[in-house]
Design a protein around this ligand. Structure first.
Ligand code: MG
Ligand code: FE
Length: 171
């Protein structure tokens, strides 16, 4: 198959993928916040990032409408479903907090890669006004990845301590 996609097409497709990725992020984080009982710092961190993610989606919508384009409802729906299934699968594990923490860290790093790629596509497409907005999203993903990484050892210690008691350790 020959590919005759313009830089603009690649950029718009990347924006739609990022929009769906952020919907997926919400569908992964929201069920975790509802279930967590013994990890208030993790819960608060996720709550803050849910608010940030809503802002990221607004920025992506802004960029798309500036290009007279819109998000893809089909992509949004299918990735939201995938995110929900990931959260449900982890809720069936006896070490739910650990599986989710590792998956959240992997997801943030995927987002870092997505925005790094999207910024390069924006440059190629000459969409210079989009770049500061994408850089803001990228900064927030980097900050969240660092918070998850820094908090992981303490989460493991608390999980082990709770596991030695009659309390539930995994949420
Ligand atoms: Mg995000
Ligand atoms: Fe994120």
């Amino acid at each position: 198959m020959t590919s005759m996609q313009s830089a603009r097409d690649v950029f718009v497709d990347g924006l739609r993928n990022a929009h769906a990725m952020e919907k997926q992020a919400l569908s992964i984080m929201e069920p975790q916040v509802k279930r967590l009982e013994h990890y208030p710092e993790v819960s608060a961190m996720l709550e803050r990032h849910i608010r940030e993610t809503e802002g990221q989606i607004t920025r992506l919508d802004e960029i798309l409408s500036g290009l007279a384009e819109e998000a893809s409802a089909l992509k949004d729906l299918s990735l939201s479903f995938t995110g929900t299934m990931a959260a449900v699968t982890h809720s069936m594990a006896s070490d739910e907090i650990l599986k989710n923490s590792m998956a959240n860290y992997a997801f943030e790093n995927f987002e870092i890669a997505a925005y790094t790629a999207l910024i390069a596509a924006a440059e190629q497409a000459g969409a210079s006004s989009a770049i500061p907005l994408l850089e803001q999203n990228l900064r927030e993903e980097r900050a969240m990845a660092a918070l998850i990484e820094d908090g992981l050892p303490e989460t493991v210690r608390r999980y082990i301590a709770l596991s030695a008691t009659e309390q539930r350790a995994d949420i």
